[in-house]
Structure formats: structure tokens, C-alpha cells
Design a protein around this ligand. Structure first.
Ligand code: AMP
Ligand code: FE
Ligand code: FE
Ligand code: ZN
Length: 271
């Protein structure tokens, strides 16, 4: 069997619909041999996932998807193979949790001002609470028909009830991943619409680019593969599986082979 590893997916610790254990089982079901769970701003999934993956024969590498800001634009950065015990990462995640709490409150306030009140308690539960949880509560209240409508009309970037929040800069985020001994990878550049943002990101001290992403066709991968190759950066990939929250994305729809997986698994980045 060809070795395939999905390096981008979310659990119930952030905005995925499967628990870390369910994700590991699902990886097996989808014939994957390797996995990285990249929850937004939390590594909570690994407590449960590490022993369970070992038991199930799935190879797991530490991962996280960190929210950051580059010149006012929201940018996601993937961290891999850092030390899960690193106090630097732990502190960073704690700060993100506080940032999210304040930002979520600000979003709920805007929603309330637009006659869509939601209690803060309704969205709590996950280690990392974000807009998808707010969108789910909006659906429950009947304010919108579905999650997509919540983003399109109210809480998507730039919409009426959107709040940017104070994320860390891309540079601070990369430095934190490096301090914890990890690789810093530009997440889904395919989704970054602003050319200037990409240009700025490519000047930073990244170790890789997520060239294979979600359901994007091979024609959309090549550009990023060429850029990563020119820079001597790693070429990574993953599905960005969220379960029911994004029902058209299958776990393993984008993946990396054994070579890439082993490099991430065994090498410390050079910087
Ligand atoms: P947050 O971390 O709270 O800013 O929420 C970001 C998450 O919301 C992303 O990782 C996606 O899962 C989801 N999301 C962001 N923008 C959209 C959108 N336009 N439509 C649907 N989901 C979105
Ligand atoms: Fe998400
Ligand atoms: Fe993302
Ligand atoms: Zn993601």
C-alpha cells in the first residue's frame, strides 16, 4: 500500500466535528498511514490522540494551525513536529485562548446589536472556540439556515458582525514554532486572495508551503510547488478536514507521501 499522510485536519478541540480518537479511526478507515491533527491554536487533541494512534497503528506527528495577522490580513500558519511539551507553545496557546475569548465576546455583541442574541455559554466547550461555533449557534437559533450563510452574511471577513481580533504577527508565530523546534508552513496559500500578502509571506522565515490542499486540482498545486522548490522549502499537503462542518472535504483528499512525512518526523529544521 502506498504510504499517505494527511497533514491538516481539525478535531472537536477546535472546529472539527470528530473527536481526536474518531479522527484516528477515520484515518485508518480512509487507508492513511500518517496523520497530523492541526487544530486552530490548540494542541489539546494530542493528549488523547497520541496513545490511541499508537494503539491503532497510525503514525501521528505534532501539528497546529496558528491564526496570525500579516499587515492587517488574516493568515494561517501550520506548525509541525515541534515539542508538545514546549512551554513556549503552551504559553502561545494560552494567549490565543484569551484572544479568542475577547474576540468571540465582541462578535456576540455585534450579533446582539443585530437582533441575533446568543449566550456566551452556548458556544463554550471546545479548547479553541471560533467563528464556526458561533455559526452553529446562529443556525440553532434559526438566525440563518446554515453555517455558510452565517459567514456569507454576518461573520465572514469584512462582513457586518466580523471582528478581526488581535492575532500575533506571522513573524512572531514562526519564531514561536521555531523556538519549540518545529517547522513553520504557510497554510493554504490558494485561499489568500491578496497578492501583496503572499509576497510578504514569501519573504519570511518559513520552512514550507502547503502546496497540496483540500479539493484543489493538481493544476492549482504547481505554482506553489515551484515556489517552494525554488526556495528550498518543504512541500506539504493536507485536506483541512473538519467533518460535518465542511461536508464536501474528505479526510485524505490531499496528502503527502512517506519521504515528506519522515523528514518532518525525524529532522529538526535548520535556522
Ligand atoms: P476563526 O478561527 O474563529 O477566525 O474561524 C476560522 C474558521 O472558520 C476557519 O478555519 C474555517 O473553518 C471557518 N471559516 C472561515 N471563513 C469561512 C467562510 N467564509 N465560510 C465558511 N467557513 C469559514
Ligand atoms: Fe477551521
Ligand atoms: Fe486555515
Ligand atoms: Zn484548517
Amino acid at each position: 500500500m502506498t504510504f499517505r499522510a494527511d497533514l491538516h485536519c481539525h478535531s472537536t478541540c477546535s472546529d472539527g466535528s470528530m473527536t481526536p480518537r474518531e479522527l484516528v479511526l477515520h484515518a485508518k478507515e480512509m487507508d492513511l498511514q500518517g496523520l497530523s491533527i492541526t487544530d486552530h491554536d490548540t494542541i489539546e487533541a494530542y493528549k488523547e490522540a497520541i496513545p490511541f494512534a499508537k494503539q491503532q497503528g497510525i503514525e501521528l506527528i505534532p501539528g497546529i494551525e496558528l491564526s496570525s495577522m500579516e499587515q492587517g490580513m488574516s493568515v494561517h500558519i501550520l506548525g509541525y513536529s515541534f515539542s508538545l511539551a514546549s512551554p513556549v507553545i503552551e504559553h502561545f496557546c494560552t494567549q490565543h485562548s484569551q484572544r479568542r475569548k475577547e474576540r468571540n465576546r465582541a462578535i456576540l455583541e455585534k450579533l446582539a446589536n443585530n437582533d441575533m442574541p446568543i449566550d456566551e455559554e452556548e458556544i463554550l466547550g471546545a479548547a479553541s472556540v471560533g467563528r464556526p461555533h458561533i455559526a452553529q449557534a446562529m443556525v440553532k437559533h434559526g438566525y440563518v439556515q446554515n453555517i455558510q450563510e452565517a459567514f456569507n452574511k454576518y461573520i465572514g471577513e469584512g462582513k457586518r458582525c466580523y471582528v478581526k481580533g488581535n492575532a500575533f504577527s506571522a513573524t512572531e508565530t514562526i519564531d514561536t514554532i521555531h523556538q519549540a523546534g518545529g517547522f513553520a508552513v504557510i497554510a493554504h496559500p490558494h485561499l489568500v486572495r491578496d497578492k501583496k500578502t503572499i509576497k510578504n509571506l514569501l519573504k519570511l522565515n518559513f520552512d514550507g508551503i502547503e502546496c497540496y490542499y483540500g479539493n484543489f486540482p493538481p493544476s492549482r498545486h504547481q505554482k506553489w510547488i515551484d515556489i517552494a522548490t525554488n526556495k528550498g522549502w518543504m512541500i506539504t499537503g493536507g485536506s483541512d478536514f473538519h467533518g460535518d462542518i465542511k461536508p464536501n472535504i474528505r479526510l485524505g483528499c490531499s496528502w503527502v507521501g512517506e519521504d515528506t512525512f519522515r523528514i518532518l518526523q525525524s529532522h529538526e529544521p535548520n535556522h
